[in-house]
Design a protein. Structure first.
Length: 351
């Protein structure tokens, strides 16, 4: 059964990744609308911004014009999160009920899931903004308009021309606008959207686990086995926690980790597997167990040469190495902090 539970978690996460990728159309619309809004406002001006009054007028008109597509994208993202929260629970239910021997499960109320979605903080580390979903999206909206206003202030202060201001906002034709302030903030919108969708999936699944706590014992953290996985997700891969206890994805912006339920008879059968960037591996293999079997060059690219040397030559098991990566608040430890905890491993590895 454990294999089926793991496969089910990966299936749902792959669908979530497809939903994230599917935001490309909305992001392209946002990009084009913001560039058009800026161009439409600035085409009525010429030369330099000569007075404070003109500066404030341009800022006000830009903010009003750009707020429309910014607000539209933010609302579309909020609506999408509300929609997929129920879809994730239904998918979890039907896929689990298709597993032979699965006890009877229940589906929590959709309205309750949405309330939890909007009242459950994200577990993102080192994030200075809001952790609740709606303010999290609002922070991006505010930052985008603030960046445009700051561009106007700089243009006025530095005596830039309107054409220079237009280029700063819209970017250059050579790079299709990607080097402009608008392009940069649309890239930010992509990561905000991906993180919001991951949070939605995580909260919805936790609501499902909670509604079925008579069947589901614990929650298992599942990271992606490739060289893009972050330190915190690498180290948490395979760890288990009670329902509503412990860290949950997303743990950082753009997080791809997920969770799966753990049942009473949750044991992997012989030959069970999980996918990785280098092919299928044993299902119960954790990130660092997988990584220590990879070539030195791959290890170096994934976690850095010094940590990789410690993994190879420090005499630590994969489990010990994983435990050495994070502090009690699940914050990554520096190499110096790791050295204080395991000096003999560093001496043995010669680092």
């Amino acid at each position: 059964m454990a294999q089926s539970l793991h496969d089910n978690a990966i299936l749902i996460q792959s669908l979530i990744e497809r939903i994230k990728a599917g935001q490309g159309g909305e992001l392209k619309t946002l990009f084009n609308d913001l560039r058009s809004a800026a161009g439409d406002i600035l085409q009525d001006y010429d030369g330099i911004i000569g007075t404070m009054g003109e500066r404030d007028e341009i800022s006000k008109l830009l903010a009003k014009a750009m707020a429309l597509p910014v607000d539209a994208y933010g609302q579309q993202l909020r609506d999408l999160c509300n929609q997929i929260s129920g879809e994730v629970v239904n998918l979890e239910y039907h896929s689990l009920m298709s597993i032979a021997g699965m006890p009877t499960l229940v589906i929590p109320d959709t309205d309750k899931i949405i309330r939890q979605l909007n009242n459950t903080p994200m577990s993102i580390r080192n994030w200075r903004g809001e952790l609740m979903l709606d303010p999290f999206i609002k922070d991006w909206e505010t930052a985008t308009l603030t960046a445009a206003n700051n561009a106007v202030l700089r243009a006025w202060s530095e005596g830039q021309t309107i054409q220079q201001l237009t280029t700063a906002l819209r970017g250059t034709k050579k790079l299709n606008g990607a080097d402009g302030i608008i392009g940069q903030y649309v890239q930010n919108a992509d990561m905000i959207g991906r993180t919001a969708i991951q949070h939605t999936s995580s909260v919805a699944r936790e609501a499902f686990y909670d509604a079925n706590d008579d069947v589901i014992d614990k929650v298992r953290f599942v990271a992606t086995l490739d060289n893009r996985t972050t330190a915190v997700c690498r180290s948490l891969d395979g760890t288990e926690y009670p329902i509503n206890v412990g860290p949950r994805p997303p743990l950082h912006i753009g997080c791809r980790s997920t969770t799966r339920p753990v049942l009473d008879d949750d044991t992997f059968s012989e030959g069970a597997t999980r996918s990785s960037a280098t092919g299928y591996v044993p299902a119960n293999e954790t990130y660092y167990q997988w990584l220590e079997r990879q070539p030195d060059e791959y290890q170096d690219s994934a976690i850095g040469k010094m940590r990789a040397t410690l993994l190879r030559d420090g005499g630590l098991s994969a489990q010990q190495f994983a435990a050495l990566q994070l502090d009690k608040n699940f914050q990554p430890l520096t190499l110096d902090e790791m050295r204080q905890l395991a000096p003999n491993a560093f001496i043995r590895a010669g680092v």
